[in-house]
Write a protein that binds this ligand. Structure first.
Ligand SMILES: [Zn+2]
Length: 332
């Protein structure tokens, strides 16, 4: 790639691997990055392209646009956001810039969450960047080896580039919001946007391609221990059961490689067993500390290995303890 391929800030370490799932359907799978990027689904139709989710920053979305232009010359008409988390929509602004007339779509609940919580979180990122840069600068001065210094300097460059970008962010909110379901009928494809209940957030959007048997889940299903900080652990299993009723063979998850139905069974089993274990302990009067001591041992045999397949991301145990805390707070 030459120096002038990007109009805009350096994307830093944002990288994606394109994986084909069906004719005209691809997943752009995000590599680990300083600021985590979500996956994007790319769906070509007879008159344009639908993409799902836009990463943690505009420069990362621009990397996907360049890759997308190698796959098809058709314009992007719709961008779907699966939920309000920053690493799924901060790149939105790139699409109406690159493809005038492109609409950004989500459900009403998620659009409201972006307004109520998402916009404030952009300011949190702006506020937290200078102390992060100061911390890295201090660590570089104290680095014990040349290798450690080089690693920290690379991180500092990424932190500075991110700060510049998040400060200049022009949040592109969805231009279309639907209530329960929205369906796009194209000559060659149907695309269903569904709300199946609360899970990772109150408004999770699932994108379903019934003919191709592909479903896009956002972070309601991911490749490692889920983040539940804005989630509804007690509702999550019911939502996944409604998802399981759809006829599909391939899942494009918010994070991690595309998977099949057996991963959904494992993921659902984890959420179910964790919630039930915490509920049982809490009902018997256990304190949070006691629950955090007892439950991990009971779940490790079934779930530690499958939830440790991505060593660069949230470790199983830390994720589990955070999930237990959230669930305990919700059930007691
Ligand atoms: Zn998320």
């Amino acid at each position: 790639m030459d120096c002038c391929a990007h109009e805009g800030p350096d994307p830093g370490d944002a990288k994606f691997e394109i994986k084909k799932l069906a004719d005209g359907v691809w997943a752009a799978v995000a590599a680990p990055a300083y600021k985590v990027n979500c996956n994007t689904a790319i769906i070509e139709t007879d008159d344009g392209v639908v993409v799902v989710d836009t990463h943690s920053k505009p420069s990362a979305a621009r990397v996907v646009v360049e890759r997308l232009r190698q796959l098809t010359t058709k314009p992007v008409r719709y961008v779907v956001n699966t939920h309000f988390h920053w690493d799924h929509w901060h790149g939105n602004e790139v699409y109406p810039q690159a493809y005038p007339g492109a609409e950004i779509v989500t459900n009403q609940i998620t659009r409201e969450a972006m307004l109520r919580k998402g916009l404030k979180r952009i300011q949190d990122h702006v506020r937290l960047s200078p102390p992060e840069i100061a911390r890295l600068t201090t660590a570089i001065a104290a680095a014990g080896s040349a290798a450690e210094r080089a690693k920290l300097e690379a991180e500092l460059r990424l932190a500075e580039a991110y700060f510049a970008e998040v400060r200049a962010l022009k949040p592109a909110l969805p231009t279309i919001a639907f209530e329960q379901t929205m369906k796009l009928y194209r000559r060659d494809r149907e695309i269903h946007l569904l709300h199946l209940g609360r899970a990772h957030t109150e408004g999770d959007v699932f994108v379903y391609l019934p003919k191709e048997k592909v479903v896009i889940t956002g972070d309601a299903v991911i490749g490692w221990t889920p983040y539940m900080g804005d989630g509804y652990p007690e509702d999550w299993v019911g939502t996944l059961d409604r998802l399981a009723q759809l006829d599909f063979t391939h899942i494009i998850m918010g994070h991690g490689d595309p998977a099949g139905r057996e991963w959904l069974r494992t993921f659902r089993g984890y959420v179910h067993d964790m919630v039930e274990a915490v509920r049982r302990e809490a009902a018997a009067g256990a304190t949070l500390d006691e629950v955090k001591q007892r439950v991990p041992g009971a779940l490790a045999a079934a779930y530690e290995k499958p939830f440790s397949a991505y060593p660069d991301y949230r470790p199983w145990r830390a994720g589990l303890l955070a999930n237990i805390e959230r669930t305990y707070a919700m059930v007691s």
